[in-house]
Design a protein around this ligand. Structure first.
Ligand code: IVH
Length: 669
């Protein structure tokens, strides 16, 4: 592509993303990606000055002025933006640049503060009375939102001192308020806000000040225009001054002098910011001595005396290259998104979970789409959504597989359930999965039987089902002769197998791999039954009597024990001396949901469907499959539909959000 064309393309892209971000309150890409495009354009314009234009996005501050409903006001002093940095090396460069520009003057000190993720605002007081509030707009011209500003409690209508002053800060929506607003919107069937920044921005641009009042926006100030007039000599003093006249600051304004200190404090705030009731997307470092600000000056967009340090984005966009269908130990088919590699919260990611085919349909995800991914609970990456605005028309529909990708058997879907399953009991993927589960840490904890070794032993015929693990000693010599095995590792493996016979009954029960019976449920069943024979005798009703066992679990247990093959395995394992009985251990004390019934509806973000049901049962609750008068709690995720409506009609059902549920159970863990 010719340079001129690329410049044009970049300008159009950047303008499009800015329009979505500033006017429609929607992010189509992460800040890092946006900055990359801007940097590419800047570099191209630098070496090709003939194409440089003063209305290029490289020369302007991002703006919300398009389609504004508010009257426009020219700022007396331009409202600048900040240049961004993403690592401590860039901060070091910034400090070197400052030192160089300050020449032989005394070295400056720095103030480190939080970068609030909201909207900047400039508020003017005359004789101590609030007269005007203006958004940043394009930095030169902003929108007059005075009527709305008057509704924000933390912006007083009168200062403590009768002075003329213009102060600047950030309007945010507290996270606690944001959650409440979304819960309400959810209950009313309205679309929820994507994040507090979008909600704050949408709220401030409301034409009805009553709505602004209701939503509870907040404002933190960090800048006094013409501070010297008020005797302010350092940025740190400005914070004290702001508070003295009756305005709010974040209280986070640390004076630091060395890169090491700055690095330490940034690292500290990376975690500590989670405790704040407002969102932050980074830190801001500013030269403390105001007399230096003039010496350092500004670029067209940002001051040279300040720099933002952006924290890694929680959500990052990337391209979906394809889907791989994985087969689990129970035969469940899980789509895995193959992605163009990106960094998310500090690690490289190229695969993410999509849970099941229905989710692909619900999220309208196509191959070739740009998608947002994030790490749920900071561990497993998930695909959040596809960015439909960026489609080119080349994207391809994802088709559900009809046959098992491993063994080719026609897949089945149980009625009413979303998962596709491979019904072939000897599907290699299932067999492999069963071994992995059996030897895992929560199960028999056998060390030395990794995936590759199991694969080889299956091929060599040493293993057919899990009971063969206890006959591996018969192959001792052959194993010792295998490539990469050796005497020592065979010895260790056989010792670990022998030792696993000591595992308690609950672990053995877990290892059997009964669907729906995870670690907690295995513990509970072991406690309640005392031994396997008693468990085998239990009827569905008896199982349901156990506090914590729901219908799904009970059915699964009955089903599992109805299989001759499974009973045979249990008999064999008994024969090898595994523990199939045990002392009653701890009673389940954490039965906060005892006797209560639950139903989950809508899209969940923190739990999987199975996961949340397990949590409910774990704490003594029961899962129901439909809304009825017998239902105590309806847990609602995003875009809950008819079930929520029905529950509201019945009136006696308590409606809680997934987050509220999460808070209850995480306190109990
Ligand atoms: S100082 C001339 N300090 O970040 C100084 N800005 O990316 C310019 N922001 O437009 C702003 N927290 O909306 C400053 N502690 C902070 C900030 C902050 C958030 C926002 C502000 C600004 C944007 C630039």
């Amino acid at each position: 592509m010719k340079k001129e064309e690329r410049i044009k393309e970049l300008r159009e892209l950047i303008e499009k993303y800015s329009y979505y971000y500033y006017t429609l309150n929607e992010s189509l890409i992460s800040d890092v990606e946006f900055d990359k495009l801007l940097k590419e354009l800047e570099d191209l314009e630098k070496v090709n000055p003939q194409y440089s234009m003063f209305d290029s996005p490289t020369m302007q501050v991002g703006s919300s002025l398009k389609n504004t409903k508010f009257s426009k006001v020219t700022h007396k002093e331009k409202m600048l933006s900040l240049s961004n940095s993403y690592n401590i090396g860039e901060i070091e460069d910034f400090i070197k640049r400052v030192d160089k520009l300050l020449e032989n003057r005394k070295k400056p000190s720095y103030v480190l503060e939080v970068k609030l993720d909201g909207l900047s605002i400039s508020v003017t007081y005359k004789d101590g009375k609030l007269v005007q509030g203006v958004t940043r707009g394009d930095g030169v011209i902003g929108e007059d939102v005075t009527e709305n500003i008057l509704q924000i409690q933390s912006i007083p209508k009168f200062l403590k001192e009768k002075i003329d002053i213009e102060v600047r800060g950030e309007i945010v929506l507290p996270i606690s308020k944001f959650q409440k607003i979304n819960e309400k919107r959810l209950a009313n069937g309205e679309e929820i806000f994507a994040n507090p920044r979008n909600a704050a921005s949408g709220t401030l641009r409301q034409l009805d000040p009553e709505i602004v009042k209701e939503r509870g926006l907040d404002c933190y100030f960090y800048f006094v225009v013409g501070g010297e007039k008020y005797g302010i000599k350092t940025h740190r003093e400005a914070f004290d001054f702001i508070e003295k006249i009756g305005l709010k600051t974040t209280g986070i304004d640390e004076v630091l002098t060395s890169v090491e200190e700055i690095d330490k404090r940034i690292e500290y705030w990376k975690d500590a910011r989670e405790k704040l009731d407002y969102e932050t997307d980074g830190m801001v470092l500013k030269v403390n001595e105001i007399e230096y600000w003039e010496v350092l000056g500004n670029t067209t967009k940002s001051p040279r005396w300040a720099i933002a340090y952006k924290f890694p984005a929680k959500q990052v966009s990337t391209k979906l290259l394809g889907i791989t269908w994985q087969v689990g130990r129970t035969g469940k088919i899980t789509p895995v998104a193959e992605l163009e590699e990106v960094e998310v919260s500090g690690s490289r990611v190229k695969r993410a979970s999509l849970h099941n085919f229905d989710e692909i349909v619900r999220k309208d995800i196509k191959i070739g789409d740009k998608v947002f991914i994030e790490k749920a609970a900071e561990i497993i990456p998930q695909v959040v959504k596809s960015i439909k605005e960026l489609r080119t028309g080349e994207e391809q529909e994802v088709l559900a597989p009809t046959t098992c990708p491993i063994c080719g058997t026609t897949l089945e879907k149980e009625e009413g359930l979303v998962d596709l399953k491979c019904p072939n009991p000897s599907c290699p993927a299932k067999v492999q999965g069963r071994f992995e589960y059996f030897v895992s840490r929560d199960g028999m904890n056998i060390i030395g039987l990794g995936q590759k070794i199991v694969e080889r032993f299956l091929e060599l015929g040493y293993l057919n089902d899990v009971t063969d693990i206890y006959r591996l000693s018969e192959h001792r010599e052959e194993m010792e002769g295998l490539e990469k095995m050796g005497k020592k590792s065979v010895e260790n493996l056989l010792n670990s197998i022998e030792e696993s016979k000591q595992r308690e009954y609950s672990k053995v029960l877990y290892s059997l791999g009964i669907p729906e019976v995870g670690k907690f449920m295995a513990n509970l069943l072991a406690d309640e039954s005392g031994n396997i024979d008693r468990l085998l005798e239990m009827t569905r009703d008896e199982l349901l009597m156990i506090n914590g066992v729901g219908e799904k679990v009970a059915d699964s247990i009955i089903n599992f024990f109805a299989s001759e093959e499974n009973l045979e395995i249990i008999e064999k394992l008994k024969g090898f001396g595994l523990n199939f009985s045990g002392e009653k251990q701890s009673k389940v004390e954490k039965n906060v949901f005892e006797g209560k019934t639950f139903l989950v509806t809508g899209k969940l973000t923190k739990f999987t469907r199975e996961g949340i049901k397990e949590e409910i049962e774990k704490f003594g609750g029961k899962n129901l499959s439909a809304v009825s008068k017998n239902l105590d709690y309806l847990i609602v995720g995003e875009k809950a539909g008819s079930k929520l409506k029905k529950a509201q009609e019945i009136g006696t059902i308590k409606i809680i959000t997934e987050d509220e549920f999460f808070n209850i159970v995480s306190e109990k863990e």
